[in-house]
Design a binder for this molecule. Structure first.
Ligand code: ZN
Length: 520
């Protein structure tokens, strides 16, 4: 009998399940030897397809047709190597029968001339399929259970490497971890676009594409948690991972708020503010518009900078050098004695404390909320342990409670922090007013702008490059007035009363105005 041996792999096969090509070939050869069959060809299909549209199979059919009558049998290890589809198999069997060829398998021999064999064939063809399906369910179920227990299944996310700890698959930080932490922190500031941070990360040697980076920022794995996908009637849930977190919950939530567009602190840097710090503070007396700034080259090639009115044929044009000198001269004139500043300082402290009750009330309220959530959390744990609620409900409620908690903590921290700008202002900024001119001179353009906005309440009008018309903000005006009062020789108590009466109503304004200086 002349036999063609046919072996085939398919993608869902595993070598240890006895389907390896070598194993198939050994079995086929042994079988033929045992039965004294003459092997006329061995074909290996390295191709997985549901029907018979396979390259090696086509060669077999061609060989059979060209050598009609030569081949008597096609031999496979099992029926699923032949096909996994009953209809295709029966059709192919008929075609082959017409060519005088029968199909036989070593492990599942069938007498195809017997109609009952069709039932068995059906079984042989569908059983592996059923087993495959079962396996994949087992894997899904298994991996889901592992994730619920805090294991990590699959490839490690950026910043981590796969790791086996006590036979459990988990993660540990990779050498890239500090860069991932920095990326989160950068996103959380809101000062960069998400893509800027991604490109920075790429520049640091961590290649990451847009979508993966977005998924990274949203992945709770970085706060030590694991997202478990919904499956069948089970909802999604978040479990506590066995791996260490890289990111604090606060930074994580801040970064995600930025991603969701809830928070933006975009800071736009004006590159020219170092050259033209007064841009935006000057106005044209004729047109009332802001002066703009520009540079032009003289015939000697030297660069000259000007503030000028952009209106057609306006004569307002001042050399930047002159204007800056004039402003510095003016600031030098604002001399506030250390004594006056001390008075001002102690008064502000009193006023801040008095007006701070709103913030303090809010802190008390938030602290109360936190206590409430904490007891809710304990209550939830108890009810779960007492089997009063299902695990499903427990996880969804716990997730919500945890999220509320983080929001409250962030809120509380922000409220606590609010105190510091005023304190910094009192301790740092006020002494600085002692020599505002020097401070201004040594600052960069951006800081200069902030200082100017603290001092001038309206735009300045220039005349021949010198400050001509201006008006001080109230705090500065009050301070300058009090200096005059002191010079007039009034006694200390009187000065204090004057100051207090001036300051009380404008404490909020001075606070708001000067507090931005504290961020410098
Ligand atoms: Zn003008």
């Amino acid at each position: 009998m002349n036999v063609i041996c046919y072996k085939r792999v398919s993608t869902d096969d595993q070598a240890d399940r006895g389907f390896s090509l070598q194993h198939q070939e050994n079995m086929l050869k042994q079988f033929c030897q045992l039965h004294n069959h003459n092997v006329v060809g061995i074909y290996t299909e390295d191709y997985s397809a549901k029907d018979f549209d396979r390259p090696e199979w086509k060669k077999i059919m061609l060989f059979i047709k060209r050598n009609r009558g030569l081949v008597n049998m096609i031999l496979c290890l099992r029926w699923d190597r032949y096909s996994r589809n009953l209809y295709d198999s029966l059709t192919m069997n008929k075609t082959l029968a017409k060519l005088g060829v029968v199909v036989t398998t070593i492990e599942q021999p069938l007498d195809l001339s017997n109609p009952d064999s069709k039932l068995l064939l059906n079984l042989y063809l569908t059983l592996p399929e059923i087993e495959n399906d079962k396996n994949s369910i087992r894997t899904t179920e298994g991996s889901r259970r592992a994730r619920i227990e805090g294991c990590w299944t699959g490839q490690a996310p950026k910043g981590y490497i796969n790791y086996r700890d006590d036979k459990k698959s988990t993660l540990r930080p990779s050498p890239d971890a500090p860069l991932i932490v920095q990326a989160f922190e950068r996103v959380a500031t809101g000062a960069y676009s998400v893509d800027q941070v991604r490109k920075w990360l790429n520049g640091q040697g961590v290649p990451i594409c847009k979508q993966v980076f977005l998924n990274t920022i949203r992945n709770p794995v970085y706060i030590g948690k694991i997202y478990v996908k919904p499956w069948k009637d089970q909802p999604s849930q978040i479990s506590i991972g066995l791996h260490p977190p890289l990111i604090s919950e606060e930074v994580f939530h801040k970064a995600n708020e930025v991603l969701d567009g809830k928070k933006r602190n975009m800071k736009f840097h004006d590159d020219k503010s170092d050259i033209y710090p007064l841009k935006g503070f000057l106005k044209c007396p004729v047109h009332g518009t802001s002066l703009t700034a520009y540079a032009c080259k003289s015939h000697t090639g030297k660069l000259h900078h000007y503030y000028l009115c952009a209106q057609d044929r306006c004569k307002q044009r001042h050399r930047v050098k002159d204007v800056h000198q004039s402003i510095e001269d003016m600031l030098s004139d604002i001399t506030i004695s250390a004594h006056t500043l001390n008075l001002y300082k102690s008064m502000l402290e009193r006023i801040f404390d008095r007006e701070d009750h709103q913030r303090k009330d809010e802190i008390t309220r938030v602290k109360g909320e936190i206590t409430k959530i904490e007891s809710r959390k304990t209550n939830l744990d108890e009810r779960f342990l007492d089997n009063e609620i299902t695990s499903q409900d427990y996880h969804s409620m716990k997730e919500k409670v945890d999220k509320d908690m983080v929001h409250l903590r962030v809120k509380l921290n922000n409220l606590m922090d609010q105190k510091s700008p005023y304190k910094t202002y009192i301790n740092k900024t006020i002494p600085m007013l002692n020599n505002i001119a020097e401070y201004y001179r040594s600052s960069n353009g951006e800081t200069k702008k902030k200082i100017l906005s603290c001092i001038f309440s309206e735009k300045i009008v220039l005349e021949k490059g010198r400050v001509a018309t201006f008006s001080f903000t109230t705090p500065v005006r009050v301070l300058i007035q009090s200096v005059k009062v002191l010079e007039e020789g009034k006694i200390k108590q009187e000065v204090e009363n004057d100051l207090l009466s001036c300051l009380a109503p404008l404490s909020v304004e001075s606070c708001n105005r000067f507090s931005q200086l504290c961020w410098i």
